[in-house]
Design a binder for this molecule. Structure first.
Ligand code: DMJ
Length: 453
């Protein structure tokens, strides 16, 4: 019902545009996608499919076939377009088998290739998909590319090669790995900034939240998606987690485990909502953890889930802030006005879903249900779902944006939290960072394919 409300209102007021403004009841355009249109449609395709919303899936498929157009003069974020559009199209293809999605995914992948035309092959953050000219965010340290952006292409690009028969996509992301493995890492940590021309790190800022997050996620998932054959991805992941534990993970005096940010050796005792995805990541990676550390990684996931739940529980609206702190006498509370907003993000619910699947502790469903009730009470409006400006306030101030990731991630993870484990089982599917499921490339299938050639 929540998906239907979000979708129907998008359809009514913003059909074909990127996102919906649910209060003003009109389209919302984000410059992340340039003038590529239809972000909500592409992001929502697999959620519609999984929820068996057949009519809606059909109309979305028709829209993609007729209207999704990449021949536009648009400067786009390579990362955002990859995770939402390429990821959304790939999942829609794997779930439905409709050829249109495969074709569009490969066409878009080809449009993204000029982003890798840098001296090191580390891609630009921004790309004009008509001219093929790339550049970096003007705010990024010393003209750097961003770890969480160039490090979050791997899963989709491996699938693009798999589906197109063209190795170029996989070669591009394997080269990123090569550059990273050659570099010295301060204390074994990966800084968020890397200059694509010099191949040197920018500022030594390390974060498991914004600017770093999904790079770590994709190391683990690259290994899982390769049917556990990608040993390099595996080693990079577990080595990184070891360094994160030593240098970033701390416990508050009240007993809450959190992941701080690292700035040239100094810790900022702040955790972002984005960082909360790491609870699910640690638990998902527990099974392969070296040195008998499986139980420890599950426990770490559980502790992060508890901390993130506290960040929700300590607000008036029972929805979590964008960032919360562990200093100045507070624990798991936002102290700065500009960190008190909630924009329908999924990470906490994502972690509940992983923890539920991997432990079956009923508290994760209870916590997920608390989030549903809070979303219904504070974010649901006549025209869809809106973010909130201050989750500590007693009255809602809506930001008037229904983010496309609310449909692709937040609602999908909630649905999976209350579904049986055999819906998209982890042995066969990995979720990209926008919650688009991609199939594990099983060794046996490859052997079969080889034999058929
Ligand atoms: C999504 O686009 C993805 O989850 C990304 O990895 C981080 N930001 C948003 C959701 O918060």
């Amino acid at each position: 019902q929540m998906m239907k409300h979000a979708w129907d209102n998008y359809k009514r007021y913003a059909w074909g545009l990127n996102e919906l403004k649910p209060i003003s009841k009109q389209g919302h355009s984000s410059n992340l996608f340039g003038n590529i249109q239809g972000a909500t449609i592409v992001d929502a395709l697999d959620t519609l499919y999984i929820m068996e919303m057949k009519e809606e899936f059909k109309e979305a498929t028709e829209w993609v076939g007729k209207n999704l157009d990449f021949n536009v003069n648009a400067e786009i974020s390579v990362f955002e377009v990859n995770i939402r559009f390429v990821g959304g199209l790939l999942s829609a293809y794997y779930l439905s088998g409709e050829e249109v999605f495969r074709k569009k995914a490969v066409e878009l992948g080809e449009k993204l290739l000029p982003a890798f035309n840098t001296p090191t092959g580390i891609p630009w953050a921004l790309l004009n998909i008509k001219s093929g000219i790339g550049r970096n965010w003007p705010w990024a340290s010393g003209g750097s590319s961003i770890l969480a952006e160039f490090g979050t292409l791997h899963l989709e690009f491996v699938h693009l090669s798999h589906l197109s028969g063209n190795p170029v996509f996989a070669e591009k992301v394997m080269n990123i790995r090569k550059v990273l493995t050659r570099l010295d890492k301060p204390e074994g940590l990966y800084p968020n900034y890397l200059n694509p021309s010099s191949g040197q790190w920018g500022q030594h800022h390390v974060s498991i939240g914004g600017l770093g997050d999904s790079f770590y996620e994709y190391l683990l998932k690259a290994w899982l998606m390769s049917d556990k054959t990608d040993e390099e991805g595996k080693n990079m992941y577990y080595d990184a987690v070891q360094a994160i534990e030593t240098h970033l993970i701390r416990k508050s005096s009240g007993g809450l485990t959190y992941i701080a940010e690292w700035k040239g050796g100094l810790l900022e005792h702040k955790m972002g909502h984005l960082t909360c995805f790491a609870g699910g990541m640690f638990a998902l990676g527990a099974d392969g953890a070296p040195n008998d550390k499986t139980g420890h990684h599950i426990e770490l996931g559980a502790e992060i889930a508890r901390t993130c739940h506290e960040s929700y529980d300590r607000t008036s609206m029972k929805l979590g802030p964008e960032a919360f702190r562990f200093d100045g006498g507070v624990e798991a509370i936002a102290t700065r006005q500009n960190e008190k907003y909630y924009i329908l993000r999924p990470e906490v619910i994502e972690t509940y879903m992983y923890m539920w699947r991997l432990t079956h502790d009923p508290k994760y469903r209870q916590w997920g249900w608390e989030a549903v009730e809070a979303l219904e009470k504070h974010c649901r409006v006549d025209g869809g779902y809106s973010g909130i400006r201050d989750v500590y306030s007693n009255h809602e101030s809506h930001d008037d944006v229904q983010q496309s990731f609310f449909l692709s991630e937040t609602l999908k993870y909630l649905y999976l939290l209350f579904s049986e484990d055999d819906l998209l089982p982890f042995e066969h599917w990995v979720f990209n960072t926008e919650a688009h499921p991609l199939p594990v490339l099983h060794k046996d299938d490859e052997n079969k394919e080889e034999n058929q050639k």
